[in-house]
Design a binder for this molecule. Sequence first.
Ligand code: NAD
Length: 364
Amino acid sequence: MGNYKIMVLAGDGIGPEVTAEGVRALEAIGKKFGHTFEFQEDLVGGIAIDTFGTSLKPETLDAAKQSDAVLWGAVGGPKWDDPRATDRPERGLLAFRAGLGLWANIRPVKVDEALIDNTTIKPETLRGVDIIVIRELTGGVYFGKPQGPSTTADGKRAAVDSMYYTEDEVARVAHLGFQLARKRKGKVTHVDKANVLASSRLWREVVTEVRPEYADVEFENVLVDAMAMHLIRRPATFDVIITENLFGDILTDEASMLAGSLGMLPSASLGALRPDGTGLGMYEPIHGSAPDIAGKGIANPIGMLRCTALLLRYSLGLETEAQALEAAVTKAIDDGMRTADITKPGEQALSTREMAEAILDRLG
Ligand code: NAD
């Protein structure tokens, strides 16, 4: 019987529509298992720029640090896309992740058997796909200095980004990867570009040093260019994939296509963990604010509901509750419940609310 503080940052576009269903899912779990959730809402992203003149208020970050977990919808949209703008919704997102020290982005990719025909990849390639990608989130080329535009000696335009890592940044990702693999299929695939990049050679060296502590876990190094191919060719052979920030950004979008729709997948961003493996985390579906369907009530809430399951697992340590919610999602899909993004011709599409209700009805 726990009492938990959840920060709710719904953001822009379909963010508020799907986040409302995440909150309802937590309330349903609370009712079923005897927990209470205290929700604190705030504005982030474009709506925060319009309301407060900034995409992320310092007070929002401070309040999030006092919470047990954060549910994040999505931010952004054409209204705030002016490249000359001094603040952008995405700046608030990056500042939030960095401000909370969330250095690991965990993205599970599982193929739902009932939706196996909904993707562009052959069913026999997809059967059995159950992957977790851990992407380093606060280092590498997105943060390394020097960064920015410059000029050459003869006045031509130039620009630089720096892929910089320290051994501690690498080691913590490696430990997390091996520990997660132990609870799953027992295999870690480390992805780098060690044949060319010095930072990748550091990754390979440090991951290799960490590895003996987890001798029971199967391990392989794969170059990122080859990995782009293997993910499509033999996705079912992977279990836990660990990689640096830029490679992870690209590979996770590629991996999301294995599951069919962007609306299906969750992600968890974690930082320092307690000895029991839980800690403050931020949970956001992998999709964006989907301005093309915002306000229509047709967004798929499954990515967000799976986020709440990850929140229960990784921040609150409530594994039984997480599994109950995940099982309800699977049951609803197996029973033919569909939102518009995952229907085939002739199938009826449910609204966001109806889909969430169909799932929560199956909590038992
Ligand atoms: P998007 O993910 O918002 O949408 C891509 C396509 O997928 C659209 O056709 C959309 O309708 C569909 N889609 C997305 N989520 C869906 C759902 N739950 N149900 C049904 N269909 C869904 O990507 P985009 O259009 O490239 O980006 C829109 C905005 O979102 C941009 O401003 C971008 O910067 C922002 N964005 C934010 C985040 C975040 O907050 N973490 C992540 C990605 C993109």
